[in-house]
Design a protein around this ligand. Sequence first.
Ligand SMILES: O=C1O[C@H](CS(=O)(=O)O)[C@@H](O)[C@H](O)[C@H]1O
Length: 294
Amino acid sequence: MDAELIVDAQNATGESPVWSVRDQALYWVDIPKGELHRWDFNQDSTRSWKAPQMLACIAADSRGGWVAGMENGIFHLQPCEDGSLISTLLAGVEHAQAGMRFNDGRCDRQGRFWAGTMFMDMAAGARVGALYRYSAGQKTLDAQLKDFIVPNGLAFSPDGKVMYLSDSHPSVQQIWAFDYDTDSGTPHNRRLFVDMSHHLGRPDGAAIDADGCYWICGNDAGLVHRFTPSGKLDRSLVVPVKKPAMCAFGGPNLDTLFVTSIRPGGDIGDQPLAGGVFALRPGVKGLEEPTFQG
Ligand SMILES: O=C1O[C@H](CS(=O)(=O)O)[C@@H](O)[C@H](O)[C@H]1O
């Protein structure tokens, strides 16, 4: 199955693809450039907006616009027709140290926004990242889980009762599953779901399909893996870049797997499409992404 390039975005770090059923469009971000992008399915056209800070993860807000994890907090973003982006701080974060930002994030099936933080100099291996939950009206954020280097791969099972989370750092490369209390929004009973050091690529962004299988980008390996709910590798799909970053189901029938990617600095050698957004037809359908409930 061939991956089709849909946008030659040349993203530095393309992440957080989200299919909007309402707009019939794929939204995603370029983290270090602080850009929000939209690819319109019917027009095959792209628009972009610039945020005032690094922009790491987004979830559609049921009241309009987006909830986003950025450098120093959770923001509301309103992209405007004139090309401007109105950003409003919803809740600030007290990072463990300077030089941190949000990373991967999404809503649970009840519409609470979850996002993790990391120290931007990944090479330092600083275990200072934390996972935060943001619910409407909150003004401050409390860490729900701590001691991550690069929290990533956040996803929720179709019934919302299992939460998945990984750490991408080369020294960790684990994906965990938690029982998730949908009433209180609390993860517990953490256990190893997949040890990615036994598979190709580091775990990056993830998506869940309608069968409850977990799709995870194998960063550095040019692969997107599908794991069954029991943690067994079902298949691996190839993308024409080494660093796929995150995937999301979308398209009118939710049967397309969109994959964003990373364009490393310096000589990109044999990967001219690095940083692009790709579409795959994996033969399974995804689920509509939950919106933030304000
Ligand atoms: O900045 C990020 O980096 C890593 C990818 S990489 O190590 O640069 O290849 C990624 O896992 C993370 O999600 C992203 O925010």
